[in-house]
Design a protein around this ligand. Structure first.
Ligand code: B1N
Length: 862
């Protein structure tokens, strides 16, 4: 390269006067035609819908980048503290509508698109979903990006640009089928490739004289995804990294005729950012996944340090300029990576580096499911990341030393107490399951050490990532009040006793832009008309103004009309996608979420089977009393999750029988909508009248779809779990359909094991119908039935049999209330009116003030 000319000479150019895009409809239309011609390369006189979408998207991109550049430049001049959201998942969905509305250009774009012969709705369906996440955790990260931008916080997201996102789900004879998600095939106008921003990431190798010499390296190359805020000039950034080889190609191998060898390095590198692991709170444990984690975490921290060094020289300033928040255990290698970079690259000593690290990191825990709390084998870690493993061992031994001292001090303070007795004390650091005669210090270290023994495999040592995250960061929070409370007394008990000040709660929230204003335009207009302004879109607490109108019959009628329109839209979708005609005068009853035993879709199905059997047993006269229902399911099952796949088949098998039963007719329909994703949720949620959030108490971290349904005026049938507890507080528990045992009773009930003879007779009938083959292959459902009945095997771990009768009681309450449409609608309005607390703007503001200590910096209008 000609070094002389590598720096462009722009000093004399009028860069301030670059032509910014014009936003009147005519200019937009012209712009679309120009993009279609010169960027897409299509003939503007013969455009397909897809080409029009692509051309249009490029014009929106330009407007985003315009504000993006201004925002980043402004922030740089102000040098505020930034939050960096580290997440292995960002489930963004589609961008077009969100961007046009957040930029405030819906009117201008609407008109330009009309002139082209389309509507925004036609074009938005052409966009592929960015499904770079599994479920709630990834979607939360996406909602947070929207709120960070909207509330003007200096904050960026960091993650992986997976080439293939969440698999596409289909149905093959009623069974889940899977295909790769080739979401980038038509290009991606929503990202900006930055080939000049590449960071070297090392793996394997050895540590010599305290220096790590990796045996394998890749480049992490950046793609920026501009994220527009609503009602602000701010456009922030989601920076995703792609893994590229350091050397594209080995010409020597190629010349020897060995093409495979010649491209091996490239393939190994590209594997790292190739595929999202489709596991949601289920199994993990593959080395490639650990590689992905260190890959994006290291790139993010290197990127932040590089920018920090442009403006600062003293690393003690870092905690005043940056906070990294770790979204669950997936990015927690950040503790060791930040230590490594500060010590090995920046030359700080251990204590200094530790002080900075523990002030710069924050940790959010999303689940107590043991399978999801990552523990990596020391052997794998030592091989892949030898220097990180050294650092982790040192953190572990310092921690174990202080834990041992504290346990000893506690025992000395109570000299007579035996280990067991001590364990029964509320404040004891000694684990409750300490065996008699076992040394209490050993017991505490075995249970709460970062490095601990695998309980299932003697001699195999594991690194507990969650524990390292708690120790290595300034705060740990759960995602709903009940969940934050549970983690303090269960998985993180000793940590809580030693560092109570680190523990916080931050109840989740969702963005009201995507999840109400944009996905439910009918309701948006009605709310704005009723409240006299659309300020609620940015200040969701203003929805409470609807409360005083909840009994207004006129509003109730309009409210129902909006719901009816949304139901018709969904009915059309159902017909087009699974071929079932559903009656739109029936109650639309929905359960959409990842398929998991703890979420208990099968409990819902057992109640549906019970309803079916009751309809069948009823006389024609009695049948008239049933409230007709359309039961809609959606959700993906992890590919290795045997029982979850059976649960999907249970839905489709029952649907095949029920939907074709003449006697039942329109009283009951059961549909499974394949490939549940963000944009399908945007169609389902506004149409739902009842939604299920029925996890066994104590198992769901928070849940976030419950909040989306609430915002859209959908009534909730749920357990006292996750954020349901707080939703019930907001709307009044008597307005929600609550059932099931409380979280505190769950451990005892699991111990007690209900006896089969105590089971509700309706439960027994449901099980018998399945085992008699009433819904097809009895043998296939045998182990699903065993799983919730056979005490010798699984102990009905999620307490379905236990909660069944109360669930049916709550279902009866639902039916009764639905018969009173005025009261139902009053509640529906009340739900929306009480949903202000669950805006992600509120949640982000809580994080910003109480954990991140980051303040808004709004870009002024120029
Ligand atoms: O995070 C959501 C919560 O609302 C849900 O209750 C919670 O289940 C969900 C491993 C996870 N927790 N853990 C995961 C995802 C992927 C993976 O590989 C675990 N997801 C949640 C937002 O707080």
């Amino acid at each position: 390269m000609d070094v002389e000319r590598s720096q462009a000479k722009t000093d004399s150019l009028p860069v301030e006067h670059l032509p910014h895009p014009k936003n009147d409809p005519d200019s937009i239309e012209q712009d679309v035609l120009s993009k279609v011609s010169y960027t897409i390369g299509a003939d503007p006189k013969a455009l397909t819908t897809k080409q029009t979408y692509r051309g249009l998207a490029w014009t929106v991109r330009e407007r985003l980048i315009d504000s993006f550049n201004k925002t980043q430049e402004y922030w740089k001049s102000k040098d505020p503290k930034f939050v960096y959201y580290l997440s292995a998942e960002f489930l963004m969905g589609r961008s077009l509508t969100n961007a046009v509305y957040n930029l405030g250009l819906e009117g201008e774009y609407g008109e330009a698109i009309r002139k082209l012969g389309y509507s925004l709705e036609d074009l938005q369906d052409q966009e592929q979903n960015a499904s770079l996440g599994n479920g709630g955790l990834g979607r939360l990260a996406a909602c947070f990006m929207d709120s960070i931008a909207t509330t003007d916080l200096p904050g960026w997201g960091y993650g992986i640009r997976y080439k293939y996102g969440m698999f596409k789900q289909g149905l093959d004879k009623g069974f889940q089928s899977m295909a790769p998600d080739i979401w980038l095939s038509a290009g991606n106008p929503w990202e900006v490739y930055r080939p000049e921003l590449a960071y070297r990431i090392g793996f394997y190798g050895e540590v010599k004289d305290g220096k790590w010499i990796p045996a394998e390296s890749v480049n992490a190359v950046a793609y920026d995804n501009p994220i527009p805020g609503f009602g602000t000039n701010n456009v922030t950034n989601l920076r995703l990294f792609e893994s590229q080889p350091v050397n594209e190609f080995n010409l020597d191998f190629f010349n020897e005729g060995n093409f495979d060898e010649a491209t091996q390095e490239k393939r190994r590198a590209e594997d790292i950012s190739a595929v999202l692991y489709p596991n949601d709170a289920t199994d993990y444990g593959r080395e490639l996944r650990l590689k992905q984690q260190v890959f994006f975490v290291s790139a993010a921290i290197q990127d932040v340090i590089a920018r920090f060094k442009e403006q600062h020289s003293d690393f003690n300033e870092l905690p005043n300029k940056a906070v990294f928040t770790m979204n669950d255990t997936h990015p927690t290698i950040a503790v060791a990576e930040l230590m490594r970079l500060l010590i090995d690259q920046e030359g700080l000593d251990w204590d200094n580096a530790w002080a900075i690290t523990t002030k710069t990191l924050a940790f959010t825990n999303h689940t107590v499911m043991p399978e999801a709390l990552e523990k990596w084998p020391v052997k794998v870690m030592t091989k892949l990341l030898p220097r990180h493993m050294e650092i982790i061992s040192k953190i572990d031994s310092i921690w174990k030393g202080s834990l041992a001292d504290r346990v000893k001090a506690q025992i000395e303070a109570e000299p007579k107490a035996e280990a067991k007795a001590a364990a029964s004390e509320e404040s004891s650091l000694v684990p409750e399951d300490t065996e008699a005669g076992e040394d209490p210090v050993d017991a505490a270290l075995a249970k709460y050490g970062i490095i601990c023994e695998n309980p299932w495999e003697k001699g195999v040592k594991l690194v507990n990532m969650a524990f390292m995250a708690v120790i290595g960061s300034k705060s740990t929070n759960g995602v709903a009040a009940i969940h934050s409370d549970i983690i303090k007394h269960t998985i993180f008990k000793d940590f809580y006793e030693i560092y109570p000040e680190k523990f916080q709660n931050k109840t989740n929230g969702v963005t009201p832009r995507r999840w109400l204003a944009y996905c439910n335009p009918g309701l948006r207009e009605l709310i704005t008309k009723t409240l006299g302004s659309n300020e609620w879109i940015k200040h969701l607490e203003k929805l409470s103004g609807l409360k005083q109108h909840a009994e207004d019959k006129e509003l109730q009628a309009q409210w129902r009309a909006v719901k009816q329109e949304n139901k018709q839209r969904l009915a059309k979708y159902i017909k087009a996608n699974v071929g079932v005609d559903v009656p739109t005068n029936a109650m639309f009853d929905v359960q959409i979420k990842r398929i998991h035993e703890y979420k208990r879709q099968h409990l819902n199905m057992f109640s549906i089977i019970n309803r079916y059997l009751e309809i069948k047993a009823a006389s024609p006269e009695e049948r008239k009393k049933f409230v007709p229902r359309v039961c809609v399911f959606g959700g993906k099952a992890a590919s290795a999750y045997y029982m979850a796949k059976k649960m999907i088949r249970l839905v489709t098998a029952v649907g095949e029988v029920v939907n074709n039963d003449q006697e039942v007719g329109d009283l009951l329909k059961v549909v499974f909508l394949p490939d549940y994703n963000v944009s399908l949720a945007e169609v389902i949620i506004p149409a739902a009248e009842l939604s299920h959030h029925i996890s066994t108490a104590g198992t769901e971290g928070s849940g976030t779809s419950n909040m989306k349904f609430q915002m859209n005026g959908c009534l909730i049938l749920g357990t006292m779990d996750g954020a349901n507890v707080e939703i019930a507080q907001e709307i009044g528990k008597e307005n929600m359909f609550v059932f099931g045992v409380d979280a505190e009773d769950v451990p005892r009930l699991r111990e007690e094991r209900k006896d089969f003879k105590d089971y509700d007779p309706r439960w027994v009938k449901v099980m018998d119908s399945l085992l008699a083959g009433q819904f097809g292959d009895a043998e296939y459902f045998q182990d699903l039935v065993d799983n919730v009945n056979d005490m010798t095997k699984s102990n009905d771990w999620f307490l379905l049999a236990n909660d069944f009768a109360d669930y049916l009681r709550a279902q009866k309450d639902v039916d009764e209330l639905y018969k009173d449409q005025d009261e139902w609608t009053r509640r529906s309005i009340l739900y929306t009116a009480s949903s202000g607390f669950f805006s992600s703007d509120r949640c982000i503001d809580d994080y910003a003030r109480e954990i991140w200590e980051v303040e808004p910096v709004a870009v002024p209008s120029s």
